[in-house]
Design a protein around this ligand. Structure first.
Ligand SMILES: [Zn+2]
Length: 146
């Protein structure tokens, strides 16, 4: 199976929280959007760019969450698109085309239990370091397809 983030994809809503942009996370706000995605699904890039980071959302030494990863693709218009809980199938410096696989969805239920649905957390940051509404960004990308 494959999944590409889109403005019409299903957003996480489970007993552990809402996956919408700016949803409450205690004192903080959710800075991305969570799409329901089954584990091991191939994640496809929403826009072309260069792989600029293969990161760890938590300390790699964390016994529970240290294996979780994210992939950052900097697009040609210099937006950093970040795909979290995504095991990379690419390397830093790779040129990525739109709709090509960049990683595999990791199993969050193995970490958090079945109260949390498996999901891809997707973030978009512009060149001024502003965190954007991912859905608005995706709509802009989708207009370009027509
Ligand atoms: Zn999230």
């Amino acid at each position: 199976m494959q999944f590409m983030p889109s403005s019409f994809a299903h957003i996480r809503s489970d007993s552990m929280g809402s996956g919408h942009y700016l949803a409450s996370r205690g004192r903080r706000k959710h800075r991305g959007v969570d799409f329901d995605v089954n584990k091991d699904t191939e994640i496809l890039a929403v826009a072309a760019g260069i792989v600029t980071k293969l990161g760890y959302p938590y300390s790699p030494g964390d016994l529970k969450k240290g294996h979780l990863r994210y992939v950052e693709v900097t697009t040609h218009d210099l937006h950093r698109t970040r795909y979290f809980y995504c095991k990379p199938v690419c390397a830093i410096g790779d040129e990525i085309l739109k709709r090509t696989p960049i990683g595999l969805q990791q199993d969050l239920q193995a970490v958090y239990g079945t109260n949390m649905d498996n999901h891809l957390h997707f973030e978009v940051i512009d060149r001024l370091d502003t965190v954007l509404d991912p859905i608005a960004y995706l709509k802009t990308q989708e207009k370009g397809n027509k």
